[in-house]
Design a protein around this ligand. Structure first.
Ligand SMILES: O=C(O)CCC(=O)C(=O)O
Ligand SMILES: [Fe+2]
Length: 259
């Protein structure tokens, strides 16, 4: 089950980080084999029925106990990939080597509300594996990943990070950004995700969201978050507690991480 092919040398890791810097993302094709993809799709189908065809997101090891995602995140190859990519990006090792897994499914009308939810991740490295991506319908209703890459650097002061996130991650700003995109005043990168590939980008530095999906189709992604540059700060711990409360009420995108 382990992704053996992820035993990358220093040069490959450097090239991945360079792609993330220059192009906004790096892609490792065929991260999952057919069997693994089928297994995750089966999990998504079961959960999708339980959630009556509506949006859901499972955050963390406990919620994902028994899922393939937990075995994948335990693979030393994935751990060292994320660790090295972080080091290339931040110039130092991550304060915590914890990988935070998420399984997210956009479907139904509630899925629309969870789309265009632009945010900066709390973690520097975001590794995303598409599980199911709509292949039919209008081009702007297939849940592509919208990314404004590398808009900011890692902030040395956690307060600046919190202020920037507060400025962007609210209903008004998100509506404004979506309008800007419709009017073509803003032009994010539109990644047409291929199931089974691994996409890496600087989630902390890049404003991103999924484009809406036709409610009739299902869009599922597995996400591995790695390396919170502000881990351990008092404010981070406080916000983590608040977010955990909120996450219990609603499984919101981008809010499952500390800051
Ligand atoms: O599902 C996606 O495509 C993106 C999700 C995301 O950005 C997140 O969970 O932080
Ligand atoms: Fe994100």
């Amino acid at each position: 089950m382990r992704p053996q092919f992820l035993n990358f040398g220093d040069e490959v890791i450097a090239a991945i980080a360079q792609d993330m810097n220059k192009n906004g993302y790096a892609c490792i094709p065929g991260f999952l084999n057919e069997q693994q993809l089928a297994q995750l799709r089966e999990q998504v189908a079961t959960e999708a029925n339980i959630h009556n065809g509506q949006y859901f997101a499972h955050h963390g090891d406990t919620a994902l106990a028994g899922s393939l995602l937990v075995s994948l995140k335990a693979a030393p190859e994935l751990q060292s990939l994320l660790q090295e990519v972080y080091r290339q990006g931040a110039g130092q090792t991550a304060p915590s080597s914890e990988i935070f897994p998420v399984l997210r499914c956009v479907q139904g009308d509630s899925g629309r509300r969870e789309s265009n939810c632009f945010h900066f991740d709390a973690t520097l490295v975001t590794a995303l594996v598409p599980v199911e991506i709509p292949q039919e319908g209008k081009e702007n209703e297939r849940g592509h990943l919208l990314v404004f890459p590398n808009l900011r650097r890692v902030r040395s002061n956690v307060l600046i990070n919190v202020a920037e996130k507060a400025l962007v991650q609210n209903a008004f700003s998100r509506k404004l950004i979506s309008l800007g995109i419709v009017l073509r005043l803003l032009r994010p990168q539109r990644l047409q995700l291929v199931p089974g590939n691994l996409y890496l980008f600087w989630g902390y530095r890049s404003l991103h969201a999924n484009e809406p999906c036709n409610p009739a189709f299902r869009r599922a992604t597995a996400i591995f978050h790695y390396g919170d540059p502000h881990a351990g700060s008092l404010l981070t711990s406080l916000i983590l507690t608040i977010n955990q409360h909120r996450a219990r009420r609603a499984s919101q995108v981008g809010d499952h991480q500390p800051v």
